[in-house]
Design a protein around this ligand. Structure first.
Ligand code: FEO
Length: 387
């Protein structure tokens, strides 16, 4: 991505990564990933975060072009996760007089990541609401612990009303990807930040006191208008409130009979007028997207084969993800399949029992090997209860 101006004083100098196979070594990113970085030009010059080490050279070139022979006075480190701190040592080498601004935890973590690198001579340690004047621009540092790591802070620039939001309001996909913001921002939110809804709520409360005109995140597009929409989405997501009415069916099927039952259930739900039915094969589809829809809609059906006196592993993998993202406040139904001693339902229920504020539709529906008239009638009854 070539540099571009966000305002007279602020230039985008981030990079797109289209070669990335998996973000955080786990998330499919069919449209790549953007590592955003910005420079504020005033009497003093501040670089806002660096980028992943995979893109150091390209980023330094962007920074060099934007600076046009000048040297930056400050590097602001809002987040130390390597997708943003991966080029810090490289820029320190290029501009040795540049000060590095972070909080106490920032430097503790930087020292862990970069063994043998000393930040002592360059560091400026800030805390909540400390200000740094660049001239006509003033930066205020606002701690945002656990959005998404403990050292995270966001930086608010008063004169232009810009919130440099770190991971918050981020999205999968490179900047030049033409796609709906909410879809990939939602998948990003629930999988990356989702566990920390309370902390996101705390940040939104602090943000509500600021006159924000632009949100510049570390991933995804700059949000420069209609901010109520994006902040509204974050309010809903972080409060664990279902966003839309609908039923997500997540199934894990070994030989296809549970899959067949899941598809029949989907059809029954549609016939009964379900607002939306979202169907996932947990063995083959993107489980990050399944988790996204599990959070998006107000009802979830978990359907799985029994396996080794437990549950077929793709379902357990999904349940572990839901548990780690603190899934809650939805209606859940369970369907198990087993040919001799069905065990999937018991295991699924043991996870669901740990989720907070769940309405469990009982009883668990049991299929013996394949749907028959009896289990089909039970599914039909379940569909009725779900709609
Ligand atoms: Fe984009 Fe938490 O790093």
């Amino acid at each position: 991505m070539a540099n571009f101006k966000i305002s007279d004083a602020v230039t985008y100098v981030g990079v797109d990564d289209k070669d990335l196979d998996l973000f955080e070594s786990q998330y499919d990113v069919p449209n790549g990933m953007a590592y955003n970085s910005y420079i504020i030009f005033d009497e003093k010059i501040a670089v806002m975060d660096t980028v992943d080490a995979a893109k150091t050279d390209e980023w330094l070139e962007n920074v060099g072009k934007a600076l046009d022979g000048k040297a930056p006075d400050y590097l602001i480190v809002d987040h130390v996760e390597p997708d943003h701190s991966g080029s810090i040592v490289a820029i320190m080498g290029k501009y040795p007089d540049m000060k590095i601004v972070g909080n106490a935890k920032t430097f503790q973590m930087l020292e862990q990541f970069f063994d043998g690198v000393s930040f002592d001579d360059q560091k400026i340690v800030v805390k909540e609401n400390d200000e740094l004047s660049l001239g006509s621009h003033t930066l205020t540092f606002i701690m945002a612990a656990m959005v998404h790591w403990p050292e995270v802070m966001v930086t608010f620039e008063k004169s232009e009303g810009i919130l440099f939001a770190a991971d918050a309001f981020g999205k999968f996909g490179t900047l030049d990807t033409d796609e709906d913001w909410a879809c990939e921002a939602r998948r990003y939110y629930f999988n990356i930040v989702g566990k920390y809804g309370m902390q996101v709520q705390a940040l939104l409360k602090k943000a509500a006191a600021l006159d924000i005109k632009k949100i510049l995140p570390l991933h995804g597009p700059m949000l420069t208008e209609n901010l109520e929409y994006y902040i509204g989405k974050y309010q809903v997501w972080s409060s664990y409130t279902p966003e839309d009415k609908g039923v997500t069916i997540a199934y894990a099927s070994i030989h296809g009979n549970t899959a067949k039952a899941a598809k029949e259930l989907a059809k029954m739900l549609e016939e009964k007028g379900a607002e939306k039915v979202s169907l996932f094969d947990l063995a083959r589809d993107d489980i990050a997207e399944a988790a996204e829809d599990a959070f998006r809609y107000d009802r979830l059906v978990l359907m799985a084969s029994s396996y080794d006196a437990g549950v077929f592993p793709p379902m357990e993998h999904f349940l572990i993800k839901l548990r780690s993202k603190t899934y809650r406040n939805r209606t859940v139904a369970i369907v198990e399949n087993g040919s001799w001693a069905p065990s999937a339902g018991r295991v699924i229920k043991s996870y669901v029992d740990e989720f907070k504020d769940i309405t469990l539709i009982e009883p668990v529906v049991t299929i013996k090997s394949a749907l028959n008239a009896d289990s089909r009638a039970q599914l039909e009854e379940l569909a009725g209860k779900l709609v």
